[in-house]
Design a protein around this ligand. Structure first.
Ligand SMILES: NC(=O)c1ccc[n+]([C@@H]2O[C@H](COP(=O)([O-])OP(=O)(O)OC[C@H]3O[C@@H](n4cnc5c(N)ncnc54)[C@H](O)[C@@H]3O)[C@@H](O)[C@H]2O)c1
Length: 325
């Protein structure tokens, strides 16, 4: 099988491409490199360009007529940037995705997997959600994902393409073979801040300690990026065996920020100091997913622990400069 991966030179897309390769699926990468890295496409069929560029999409399908499906990871993903530049974010994530699907339809592509996000959910009182939970996107970024899902549902209802949205929870870690990882040296999520505190010998700040969670800190569902990637392989292989169009990808276990810090300190030799501070604007208590649907439809389950995600993130942080300069 051959698949086109938009955003395949980014963090998740490049890991999906590696998981495809390891499973005998040939990836073709399309990426504008707006945040992606050329190094992550090395050794793979690679087209540098925009998902909205119809001529380029036509060329890709002419040169690879055996592409059977698309994994659409390309997007801008920084929540504060989406608040500062909503027009740019709707254009990049919604308008260009619409153009992209039009180009796919013209080229006879009948299957697409869309990278959606758990950030579109309204969390329930017990912090768990599943695919039928209510939606309440809290940022322009999250809303672009919700709008895309609605747009894709309308398109696949009457057009000859099926679109499966995979709603990712909180990816951590890197390819266990260290081919790819996060491009950023200083990721802004909790684990990124812990690594920064650890490298610099400064305290790690728990932002928000009065959420109604078991220890007051925010709760997330940290899924190893390799597990996320293998779920795409499972979805590509089982696409025809179910009709659902949304599946959550998480571990099914909530981890609070304090618990993540404890896990971090068990992995490293020199523990980080943990201090408390108030929530940042826009912070939410968080959520984790129930995983029955992914397990049943994809016959997939996450295999990596949070500790392994932390270990792989640390290992990637160490070798990242060798790979990305
Ligand atoms: N990282 C997360 O925590 C997370 C969580 C949920 C969902 N997602 C979704 O997963 C997908 C991948 O995210 P990521 O973390 O790998 O981000 P990333 O920035 O590493 O990857 C996105 C890739 O898309 C490319 N791109 C962006 N716009 C493009 C365009 N118009 N044409 C061609 N290429 C374009 C970028 O260059 C980059 O390589 C995104 O759709 C994101 O919304 C990410």
């Amino acid at each position: 099988m051959k698949v086109l991966i938009s955003g395949g030179a980014g963090y998740i897309g490049s890991t999906v491409a590696s998981a495809c390769l390891d499973a005998g699926i040939t990836p073709v990468v399309l990426d504008s490199l707006v945040t992606g890295r050329r190094e992550f496409a090395r050794g793979r069929a690679f087209y540098e360009g925009d998902i909205a560029d119809g001529g380029l999409i036509d060329t890709i399908f002419a040169e690879h007529p055996d592409i059977e499906a698309v994994v659409h990871c390309a997007a801008l993903i920084v929540v504060p940037d989406s608040v500062a530049d909503p027009v740019g974010y709707y254009r990049a994530n919604v308008a260009k995705s619409l153009d992209f699907v039009e180009h796919l339809l013209r080229n006879g592509c009948e299957r697409m997997i869309f990278s959606s996000s758990a950030s579109i959910y309204e969390a329930g009182d017990d912090f768990t959600v599943d695919e039928s939970s209510g939606l309440a996107p809290q940022s322009p970024y999250a809303r672009t994902k919700a709008v895309c899902e609605g747009m894709f549902a309308d398109i696949s209802a009457t057009q000859p393409i099926r679109i499966l949205s995979l709603r990712y929870f909180n990816p951590i870690g890197a390819d266990p073979k260290m081919r790819t990882g996060l491009q950023l040296r200083r990721p802004s999520h909790a684990l990124g801040k812990m690594i920064e505190a650890w490298e610099e010998g400064t305290p790690f700040q728990v932002t928000g300690t009065s959420w109604p969670t078991r220890d007051g800190s925010g709760i997330r569902d940290y899924i190893h990026v390799w597990d996320l990637a293998t779920a795409h392989v499972a979805a590509l292989e089982r696409f025809g065996s179910f009709t659902e169009d949304v599946i959550n990808l998480g571990t099914g276990r909530g981890t609070t920020v304090r618990e993540l810090a404890d896990a971090f300190n068990e992995v490293v030799e020199r523990p980080i100091e943990v201090v408390e501070t108030g929530p940042r604007p826009g912070d939410v208590a968080g959520a984790y997913t129930r995983t029955e649907l992914a397990r049943r439809l994809l016959e997939w389950e996450p295999r990596h622990t949070v500790a392994e995600g932390i270990r792989h993130s640390l290992e990637w942080a160490r070798i990242r400069p060798e790979i990305l300069g």
